[in-house]
Ligand binder design. Structure first.
Ligand code: SAM
Length: 322
């Protein structure tokens, strides 16, 4: 197993199945142009082989399928069919929910038990302004249908000053009423926001600001979370849970166990580092040739992790899957 001086290992793999997305969220894409799939994206078979090799080479236990938007990818069915056979402790998927109802039978067949749905507002006008694509009611309906068949739902919301701060409490109430766990994600200095300090500061909402807002209506207690969890978790007694992924306020680099594989075959050991390591060519090689080379690259990727705190990165979330 590959372990660094701080005792960190790669246990959680995030795969960006495609960089294509049917949204162009303001904080993710600067110019509003939706991203399309890269020409050199790996096939479903190569990506599945990548997962199998990374389970062996790095000790990956949990897989999250993300993007871009994973549900737009024609690779989804074949990829999920293959990784479902690999004995992983957990497979989950992050989606904007636009195609959720349509793809639900496929997700049920693949035995997906947990979904993260990204949703920044319940206001249809603000929704169009932030996501620059999609339809709010379609997303809500997708979540209702997924929940009705027993899939556990977490909702990811990025609070943004000037765009959806008034939605914090309506979103929390909506999620508490339905048994969805709301995860606020502090805005991250990724992509264009890495070089637009003013834009970042103007929009950023901190953990403390969120807790103050929520504390005006509810009493909450800090709740348990796994050691390598990225979210600080809270319980509102008698109502449910919410969490905050507080990259800025409570950095989690010291316990980060995440590894990312892009749709074009690059390994990223850290969101905050511009280093990346190409493994696309290794995925065509037989196991005995691929694994030693992969292990050498994994050592480098683990060395890319920050010691203490996330400091941002020029890479766009759509490329490496958030
Ligand atoms: N399309 C899928 C979705 O919408 O969930 C998966 C990819 S998306 C990049 C994954 C997550 O990253 C979303 O919850 C999105 O809100 C979040 N995200 C993207 N850019 C971000 C940023 N600069 N700061 C914080 N979260 C960001």
């Amino acid at each position: 197993m590959i372990v660094d001086r701080q005792g960190r290992q790669f246990r959680n793999l995030r795969i960006s199945l495609t960089s294509a997305c049917n949204y162009a969220c303001t904080y993710c894409v600067p110019n509003g142009k939706r991203l399309i799939a890269a020409q050199d994206e790996l096939s479903a078979n190569a990506m599945a082989r990548g997962v199998a090799y990374l389970i062996e080479a790095a000790g990956i236990e949990r897989l999250r399928i993300t993007g871009g938007e994973p549900l737009v990818s024609p690779k989804l069915e074949s990829f999920m069919g293959q990784v479902g056979q690999m004995g992983l402790a957990d497979i989950s998927l992050t989606t904007n929910g636009q195609l959720l109802a349509r793809k639900l039978p496929l997700l049920i067949d693949a035995n997906i038990r947990r979904l993260n749905v990204s949703l920044d507002t319940l206001d249809p006008v603000a929704f169009r302004t932030i996501a620059r694509g999609g339809d709010l009611v379609t997303v809500l309906d997708g979540m209702t249908q997924a929940s009705a068949v027993g899939i556990k739902i977490k909702v990811n919301m990025v609070p943004l000053r000037g765009a959806n701060l008034d939605q914090v409490m309506p979103m929390l109430d909506y999620c508490l009423e339905r048994g969805y766990e709301l995860r606020f994600i502090e805005l991250m200095r990724m992509g264009h926001l890495a070089s637009d300090s003013n834009g970042f500061v103007q929009q950023f909402v901190s953990l403390q600001q969120l807790l103050t807002l929520i504390g005006e209506q509810y009493e909450y207690l800090q709740a348990d979370a796994p050691v390598d969890a990225t979210a600080v978790r809270y319980q509102i007694p008698g109502k449910g849970f919410f969490g905050v992924i507080a990259n800025e306020s409570v950095p989690f680099c010291r316990t980060c166990s995440r590894l990312r594989l892009s749709s074009t075959g690059w390994l990223h050991g850290c969101l905050s580092s511009s280093n990346r390591h190409y493994v696309g060519d290794l995925l065509d090689k037989p196991r005995h040739e691929a694994l030693p080379a992969l292990q050498r690259l994994l050592v480098k990727a683990l060395g890319d992790k920050q010691e203490v705190a996330f400091s941002g990165g020029a890479t766009v979330m759509k490329i490496i899957g958030g």
